[in-house]
Design a protein around this ligand. Structure first.
Ligand SMILES: Cc1cc2c(cc1C)N(C[C@H](O)[C@H](O)[C@H](O)COP(=O)(O)O)c1[nH]c(=O)[nH]c(=O)c1N2
Length: 229
């Protein structure tokens, strides 16, 4: 271990796990207070320090304040959300319709994190066999930002009920740039104790013990590993 990087203290370690467990997807609790530029810079730096295939760093960050752009995106959401509701029937459909699934106008800032699929040229180290690794890398940037936002007291909501092509057009993206994550950001009145979808009875967290397999899919995990779960 490098002497310039001492081990994490217990408090620091607890802080990281706390951020992981208490991070929430936020859409209903946004406050209008603006995010100071230095705070946004910290969030973007956190995102920019995510791992990326071949150190490709395929992300760009589109900081959206304009009400016009946000209204356009909201209209796109409404259209797609209508279609999504049609996938369900009866009570489930009514339940779906009752869920709030975006905070585009209430949040003071929207952020689109994109993936430039051509960055680094045609041969990116590590991306030869699995071409989607640029997208995976960009997801990690999103998660870094999400966790950093949590410790800053800022909520983040991911809105994916959007048509990718319409979104690309609205944001003037070049052909080779993919709009990976459309996010709503802002300080919040509260962070819920559990996912909003769980609190509203849509779906619960699965038990970890059902998701861990030994050696091959479907094989139970043996011995102390299993007991510890
Ligand atoms: C790729 C992706 C896409 C979306 C989401 C997440 C991710 C990872 N989530 C948030 C999602 O519902 C939420 O993460 C889970 O319900 C778990 O809640 P917590 O994030 O733990 O609060 C989300 N939420 C929402 O209200 N509208 C949406 O369109 C989406 N889309």
């Amino acid at each position: 271990m490098s002497t310039s990087n001492p081990p994490f203290s217990d408090a620091e370690r607890r802080g990281l796990y706390r951020a992981i467990y208490e991070r929430r997807d936020v859409r209903s609790q946004f406050l209008p207070d603006p995010i100071p530029p230095e705070v946004l810079t910290r969030l973007l730096e956190a995102a920019h320090h995510a791992p990326s295939v071949g150190f490709m760093q395929p992300w760009d960050f589109i900081v959206i304040e304009s009400r016009d752009v946000r209204e356009t995106v909201l209209a796109m959401f409404e259209q797609e959300n209508q279609k999504a509701a049609e996938r369900f029937e009866g009570e489930r459909k009514e339940h779906y319709r009752s869920l709030k699934l975006q905070g585009i106008m209430e949040s003071p800032l929207n952020l689109c994190i994109t993936c430039d699929r051509s960055r680094g040229g045609p041969h990116v180290l590590g991306r030869n066999s699995i071409v989607e690794t640029d997208l995976f890398s960009t997801c990690l940037a999103v998660q870094n930002l999400w966790l950093a936002a949590r410790v800053e007291g800022i909520g983040v909501g991911w809105v994916s009920i959007l048509d990718q092509e319409q979104l690309s057009t609205a944001l003037n993206l070049p052909e080779h740039v993919y709009p990976l994550a459309y996010l709503c950001l802002g300080y919040v009145s509260e962070f819920l104790d559990q996912p909003e979808l769980e609190a509203k009875g849509w779906r619960s967290r699965l038990p970890l013990s059902e998701l861990v397999h030994g050696d091959k899919w479907g094989q139970p995990l043996a011995g102390p590993w299993f007991d510890a779960l």
